[in-house]
Design a binder for this molecule. Sequence first.
Ligand code: DX5
Ligand code: ZN
Length: 220
Amino acid sequence: MSNTIIAPSILAADFANLQRDIEMINQSQADWFHIDIMDGVFVPNISFGMPVLEAITKHAKKTIDVHLMIIDPDRYIKTFADLGANILSVHYEACNHLHRTIQAIKAEGMKAGVVLNPHTNVDLLEDLISDIDLVCIMSVNPGFGGQSFIENSYTKIEKLKAMISRKNASTLIEVDGGVTNKNAAQLVAAGADVLVAGNFVFKAENPTQTIADLKQLTSK
Ligand code: DX5
Ligand code: ZN
C-alpha cells in the first residue's frame, strides 16, 4: 500500500500566525510544505518572497516544495537552493530553454519540477519527461487560492500517467488547485501522486484532521 503525498499550500495559511500554522503541519500527517512564489508578472498576484521563505524553512521540518510563478526563473535557482528548497518547480510557459533550466535546478542539488497551466498540453513534455522529477498539473489558473477545480484535469493526469509509464520514468504527478475531499480519491485514481491543498486545509475547522482525512481518503 502506497500513500499519496499531501502538500498543504502555505498561501492559505494565516500569515500573522505563520509559525503556528507551520507547527500544525509539522505535527500533522502532511508530507510536504507547498510554497507559492508569485511575481505579479507571470501571474496577476504577488504572494511573498525570499525573507518569508527563509522564516518558513527555519521552522518547517518536512520537504519544501517550491512552486515558482515567475518569469525567467533561471535568475533565482541558486537563491532558492540556498534558502532550503528541496523541490523547485518552474512553469513550462515561463521557460524558453526548459531542458537547461531542469539541469540547472538539479545541479543545485534540488529535485526539478515542471508546472503546466490548464491550457498547456501534457504531450509537450514527451521529450523531457525522463529528466523531470515532478510534473505539476494546475487544476486552476495560477495566481490565487480558493478557486474551483477544472474538470479537464483528470484527462490530463491520465494522459501524463500513461506517458510516464510508457517512458518507464519515475516522475511524480502533482495536482494543484481546488483539491478537496470531493475530488481527491478520483485524482489519485487518475494517477496523481501528490495533492496540494490550500483553502481546503487552512479554512477547515480542524486542519490537522482534514489532512488526516485526505491522507486516509487517498491511500491506495
Ligand atoms: C495557485 C497556487 C496553489 C494554491 C492552491 O496559484 O499554485 O498552490 O495555493 O490553493 P487552493 O487549494 O485553495 O486552490
Ligand atoms: Zn502552487
